[in-house]
Ligand binder design. Structure first.
Ligand code: IPM
Ligand code: MG
Length: 385
């Protein structure tokens, strides 16, 4: 039986990194490990502009197609508006590219956005200086869980008096007990499953990131954290106010094991955290629900790098590994888990060798193009499968 895989390449560098991701999946499938049926759905701001009669950011029926898939992979979405001001915005007020990202997260109930942040051997993170001794591989090994369906992304709000040029704009932040409970429980479950706790002391620890000194929704979130935490006596509970957290994260990343937070804070702190793993070129987002999942690199569409065979394909390829692992667990298919381990091992080997890397890791002068990095990874992968 073949697994039904939907690919959403999107805008800018999205289609390029997706091609590398797909080649990796094909390599995994080339061994008798697994078979994949691929369906590619165009989407994003460019799709919207190229199909003015449709007024949609992906074709009719894409929603149902994603729902039917065994697993979904997303490249990146977002394209500059021809007016020169911000991204392309659709008539309904959403960014073009909303449907495959935020739409899928909500519709498929992908309530957990799980973002691992690991500094792999051979990679230099972007914070150096006199504290350099603490910045060793293995000293950064954090998993972030970002609530993925509500908060400031709930889509409740609007403009007052005259639309976008009116006098005020309102975004309502919704924090429900139910959504808080499931993301927080998931965070404790992830912590329980991890072999090593925090790099600093080996303790299993979940940090709840909020702004509960000010915001009601955060007070509710922390209340849920405290009560669910009682079911996990083996795991240390830790609390951080989000603004203070940002500096602790940078100065003592080794203290953190699993972190859980609300949607918007999670969006922001995970981009910051990616600096500790070598940048956005290595950062992965797993959008996971009870029935569906979608995996993506968290970098954007980077229009200025589009079509240049330049961007780092590793985040997409590591997203493919996470997707294989999730699908393997869901289907009880050990060969997929094996594929995931092989893909991660291949990326780690290319990083550690340090020769065939894109500009973000090696600098413009020594950089290899994206496609050569992809080839190097597949060569390593072939040896591991
Ligand atoms: C992310 C992205 C998205 C988000 C955008 C593209 C809507 O920044 O996945 O972190 O805000 O969630
Ligand atoms: Mg983001």
């Amino acid at each position: 039986m073949a697994y039904d895989v939907v690919l959403l390449p999107g805008d800018g560098i999205g289609p390029e990194v997706m091609r590398e991701g797909r080649l990796v999946l094909e390599e995994v499938a080339a061994k008798p490990a697994a078979k994949f049926d691929f369906t590619t759905i165009p989407c994003g701001g460019q799709y919207y502009l190229e199909h003015p009669q449709q007024n949609r950011d992906w074709p009719e029926g894409s929603e149902a197609r994603c729902e039917k898939a065994d697993v979904v992979f997303l490249g990146a979405v977002g394209w500059p508006s021809p007016s020169g001001q911000g991204p392309v915005i659709m008539q309904n007020g959403h960014m073009a590219g909303w449907s495959p990202v935020l739409g899928n997260r909500a519709r498929l109930d992908l309530y957990a956005n799980i973002r691992p942040v690991r500094l792999l051997p051979g990679v230099q993170h972007r914070v150096h200086g006199k504290h350099a001794t603490i910045w060793q591989p293995g000293k950064v090994d954090i998993v972030f869980l970002r609530e993925n369906t509500e908060g400031l992304y709930a889509g409740v709000g609007g403009f007052v008096g005259g639309g976008i040029s009116g006098s005020a704009a309102i975004d309502t932040r919704i924090i429900t007990r139910r959504a808080s409970e499931r993301i927080i429980r998931k965070a404790f479950e992830v912590a329980r499953k991890r072999e090593r706790g925090a790099p600093k002391d080996g303790k299993k620890r979940v940090t709840c990131i909020a702004k509960d000194n000010v915001l009601k929704g955060c007070q509710l979130f922390v209340d849920v954290f405290t009560s669910i935490g009682k079911d996990y006596p083996d795991i240390e509970k830790d609390f951080a106010i989000v603004d203070a957290f940002t500096q602790w994260l940078i100065t003592q990343p080794e203290y953190y094991d699993v972190c859980v937070t609300t949607n918007m804070f999670g969006d922001i702190v995970t981009d910051l955290a990616s600096v500790l793993q070598g940048g956005m070129g290595l950062a992965v987002g797993c959008n996971v629900g009870d029935e569906h999942a979608m995996f993506e690199p968290i970098h954007g569409s980077a229009p200025k790098h589009a079509g240049k065979d330049k961007a780092n394909p590793m985040a997409m390829i590591l997203a493919v590994a996470e997707g294989l692992r999730w699908l393997g667990e869901r289907k009880g298919d050990k060969s997929l888990e094996k594929g995931a381990v092989a893909v991660e091992g291949a990326v780690a080997a290319v990083l550690e060798e340090g020769k065939t890397l894109t500009y973000d890791l090696l600098g413009e002068e020594k950089a290899a193009p994206m496609s050569r990095v992809g080839e190097a990874i597949r060569r390593e992968l072939g040896r591991r499968l």
